[in-house]
Design a protein around this ligand. Structure first.
Ligand code: ZN
Length: 242
């Protein structure tokens, strides 16, 4: 069974389409939240995920556009995009986002899915091995999938110690006995200095996780951001992967 893990798509349709086109055959798509925010195509991105039968969780931007997370929390560009999305998205998009759970354990799998962290799904950023290790010690599942930082990375707890490694394109990790916390990176707004869309494939038969990067038409998303009247910076950063 192959599962695509997508996170932080952020209304970037060109990036999502490039990723979907590169997945090959998958049996499921799991998403880790922040479907919307920052980018110019919230309705089309939600429609793609719905059509593909994706399941997943709510991010802080998804909650922000639904009015269930304080807009004051976001930086000025993020806030502007949330207000723009609120005024533009359809009722169907809003209903879809509002119904997303904070965490999800797909039936029959060994995974917990959250956006930020298991103990604080909408707020906490898991950058450090210490914080990831605390979370891995507490969760009931062997493996945890998170997004939110837009950084492809893996954390492994072995004995009492947790190690962290950046997950470069092509990194393949074995799903073994030790607990793992995995971040697929961001589809729609990578921030690890690499502008290519980032995602992960789980092969639950071979028991591996593999990270992938794929190019997309960044100029198309930048043009759509400008046409929408969203802050120019939100387009500029896509070319930098920052
Ligand atoms: Zn995000």
């Amino acid at each position: 069974m192959r599962v695509a893990v997508l996170s932080d798509i952020h209304s970037n349709l060109a990036a999502l389409d490039a990723v979907m086109g590169s997945l090959g055959t998958v049996d499921a798509i799991w998403h880790l939240g922040d479907i919307v925010g920052y980018g110019p195509e919230p309705d089309a991105v939600v429609e793609r995920l719905r059509a593909a039968g994706a399941v997943g969780v709510r991010g802080n931007h998804d909650a922000g556009v639904c009015g269930t997370f304080p807009i004051e929390w976001f930086n000025p560009e993020g806030r502007a995009a949330i207000e723009w999305t609120r005024g533009r998205m359809t009722a169907e998009t809003r209903d879809y986002l509002a119904a997303l759970p904070l965490s999800l354990e797909p039936p029959g799998s060994a995974f917990t899915l959250v956006h930020g962290s298991p103990r604080d799904p909408l707020v906490e950023y898991l950058f450090s091995a210490a914080a990831a290790g605390e979370c891995l010690a507490e969760i009931g599942m062997p493996y945890c999938l998170v997004g939110h930082t837009h950084q492809p990375v893996w954390f492994r707890r072995r004995g009492g110690a947790t190690t962290a490694r950046p997950a470069l394109a092509g990194t393949m990790l074995r799903l073994g006995q030790e607990r793992l916390l995995l971040n697929p990176g961001s589809v729609g707004q990578p921030r690890d200095g690499n502008p290519l869309a980032s995602y992960m494939i789980l092969d639950l038969t071979a028991r591996t996780a593999t990270w992938h990067r794929v190019g997309y038409d960044i100029g198309a998303t930048q043009a759509a951001i400008m046409a929408a009247g969203l802050p120019r910076f939100l387009g500029q950063r896509l070319a930098l992967g920052a």
